[in-house]
Design a protein around this ligand. Structure first.
Ligand code: FUL
Length: 610
């Protein structure tokens, strides 16, 4: 082992570790060309006469040129402002909207289908006598959809957040040895490749069962540690000899492929974790720049071999001083819609703790432009910054709340431990409320055991959690209710009325006029109901807007406060005491722009004990 170089590398790595954000010299990321532009929608259906506007996101996020020019495939069907992107559907048919980054050929298109106007055709045989009593209140016309506000998600980020439940698999030599890279040595000896290769001793690996457990319990994505901090790789990494292909196991399994195949079978999305911190690199004496090249090659190999990869996980622990923009680019070159996780995105962010809970106030936006992004280069006090996001953040980068179902004392047990304690179904339910219910996603680590399966103990707890969750959300007590609002966009209730909150359609929403930022929404229930949970969702393709709201209910004929909330985002679940009523009122008391909400739900949790 070359201690001299190892010590230098460790010092460099520690400077960039998750616990001590490092400043990157300014001016290193000037004149960065745009490599892709992503639209908020890949396809869209509108009606003749509708106004709409798509949001465009340029990659990399810090590309120098941020100007987009807009055009329509067929201008007789669609009129579009070349600078602002504001569009109007003129006639029935199909066409495209294209956004092209100025002075480049980088572009993206959205297919637009235009159908007949919802408004009835004008009377073909008009009454020749003028109406003696003209309608004093003629039908309002569609004022057009609200423009996107602030930083908005890509279509990949919207799809990612709507998954809500994600499962992590930490598996590798540490499953057998109990020594993961966070230990200062391996089995009491210095870290060495031969030790790792010897330690890895599976008799069988049933990745199909791992993914089935996820699928059966409503988890939409799984993330596998293709390489953890020890440096042991679960696939035949062309850049390393410390991998499954070099172990003594006869018929070694490419574990990444096994998970890929199972994901294909069950229709579950796949994410990959590739640890920047690597004990084998430390003992090799390789320089950071040599390692960066190896890391990028390994990443490219993973991206291409196991595509599609919906999420790439860059752990901030000892993440080192790579040129992270160029590492991200390796991912985007193969999959421009991949959501990249790190302490600071750019696709989604660490929530600032490993307890699985987000801040009660939680913006999906943070400031990362111009920071010379590294997985740890964020403002001071960044852990609380990450848990709450930034109201005026320049980039859409929602929070992912990771934790492990296994615990060693009060720490997460990332790799399987037969004697580790386990969280209970009730604790998982609490974390669900504190992650998904606070505009985050729930990322639970379920470590496969040394027997190559998810152990029955874990399986049972996850199934109990599923039963509990399903019981709580089985009946929306707002079904059959009537919703009205104190103000509706352009008075056009058929397009933007409060009833859209109850129709179960993600893409129809309630909205107000651009200058109306506070509004009351009354929900007259179909009878007397007892509830203790309220679910609200903003239509995030148009940005996050609401800053505060109050939920009230009718008690003895008067409105009574039940609970107050701050942000909503993709989903907010308010938990309160059980009350019985026949009417509920949502008062939006502050918003950054006109509120745009697509879902209201009312539930009664009588099973979790929370
Ligand atoms: C942390 C790592 O150090 C843990 O080992 C684990 O992989 C967790 C998900 O992220 O930062």
């Amino acid at each position: 082992m070359k201690f001299g170089k190892w010590a230098v590398w460790m010092a460099a790595a520690l400077l960039g570790c998750a616990c001590s954000p490092a400043e990157k010299p300014s001016g290193t990321e000037e004149n960065i060309p745009a490599t892709a532009v992503i639209l908020s929608r890949e396809s869209l259906s509108v009606k003749v006469g509708d106004d709409f506007k798509l949001a465009a996101r340029i990659q990399p996020y810090n590309a120098t040129n941020q100007t987009v020019n807009w055009s329509a495939g067929d201008e007789s069907l669609l009129q579009i402002n070349a600078q602002t992107g504001q569009a109007k559907a003129l006639a029935e048919g199909s066409t495209t909207v294209t956004a092209t980054v100025a002075q480049s050929t980088v572009s993206a298109s959205c297919n637009v289908t235009i159908t007949a106007s919802a408004k009835p055709n004008p009377d073909p045989d008009p009454d020749p006598d003028p109406d003696p009593n003209p309608d004093p209140d003629p039908d309002p016309t569609d004022p057009g959809a609200p423009a996107a506000y602030g930083a908005v998600p890509s279509s990949g980020q919207v799809a990612w957040q709507r998954q809500e439940l994600l499962m992590f698999y930490h598996y590798g030599q540490a499953t057998f040895s109990g020594w993961d890279g966070e230990n200062s040595n391996c089995n009491g000896s210095s870290w060495s490749e031969s030790l790792l290769l010897q330690n890895y001793a599976p008799t069988t690996i049933d990745a199909d069962q791992w993914v089935k457990v996820a699928y059966d319990n409503g988890f939409k994505e799984v993330i596998l540690t293709a390489k953890h901090h020890d440096g042991f790789c679960l696939w035949d990494n062309p850049e390393s000899t410390t991998d499954v292909a070099n172990t003594n196991c006869k018929n070694h399994t490419d574990v990444v492929k096994a998970v890929r195949d199972a994901c294909n079978k069950y229709g579950v999305n796949m994410g990959i974790y590739l640890s920047p911190w690597d004990r084998m690199i430390e003992v090799s004496g390789k320089s950071t720049s040599q390692y960066e090249t190896m890391y990028k090659n390994a990443l490219k190999d993973l991206m291409t071999r196991y595509a599609p990869v919906v999420e790439m996980w860059f752990d901030g622990n000892h993440a080192g001083n790579f040129n992270w923009s160029s590492v991200n680019q390796v991912v985007f070159d193969v999959n421009p819609n991949c959501v990249i996780f790190s302490n600071g995105g750019p696709g989604c962010r660490w929530v600032g703790n490993e307890n699985g809970d987000a801040g009660e106030t939680n913006w999906a936006t943070i400031n990362i432009k111009g920071r010379g992004l590294t997985p740890s280069n964020l403002p001071g006090g960044y852990e609380s910054y990450l848990s709450q996001g930034d109201r005026n953040g320049d980039t859409w980068c929602p929070a992912e709340c990771d934790f492990s179902i296994q615990q060693i004392g009060d720490h997460n047990g990332w790799f399987y431990g037969a004697n580790d304690s386990r969280k209970t179904a009730k604790q998982l339910m609490q974390l669900y409320y504190e992650s998904v219910g606070r505009n985050g996603v729930f990322l639970m680590n379920v470590p496969p055991s040394d027997k190559g399966v998810i152990d029955d103990k874990e399986k049972k707890i996850i199934e109990d959690f599923t039963t509990m969750r399903k019981a709580v959300f089985a009946t929306n007590l707002a079904e059959g209710a009537t919703a009205t609002a104190s103000s509706v966009r352009g008075n056009y209730t058929q397009g933007y009325g409060a009833q859209n909150l109850l129709d179960g359609n993600y893409d129809t929403y309630f909205a107000t006029d651009d200058n109306v930022k506070t509004v009351d929404i009354e929900i007259a229930l179909s009878g007397s109901k007892t509830f203790n949970r309220v679910v609200l969702q903003e239509y995030i393709p148009l940005g996050q807007r609401v800053e505060s709201f109050t939920v009230q209910y009718k008690r003895n004929g008067s409105w009574t406060d039940w609970k107050q909330g701050t942000t909503i985002g993709h989903k907010r679940i308010l938990m309160g005491s059980s009350v019985t009523t026949d009417a509920v009122r949502i008062r939006i008391t502050a918003a950054l722009a006109c509120p745009v909400l697509n879902t209201f739900g009312l539930y009664n949790d009588t099973v979790s004990g929370l």
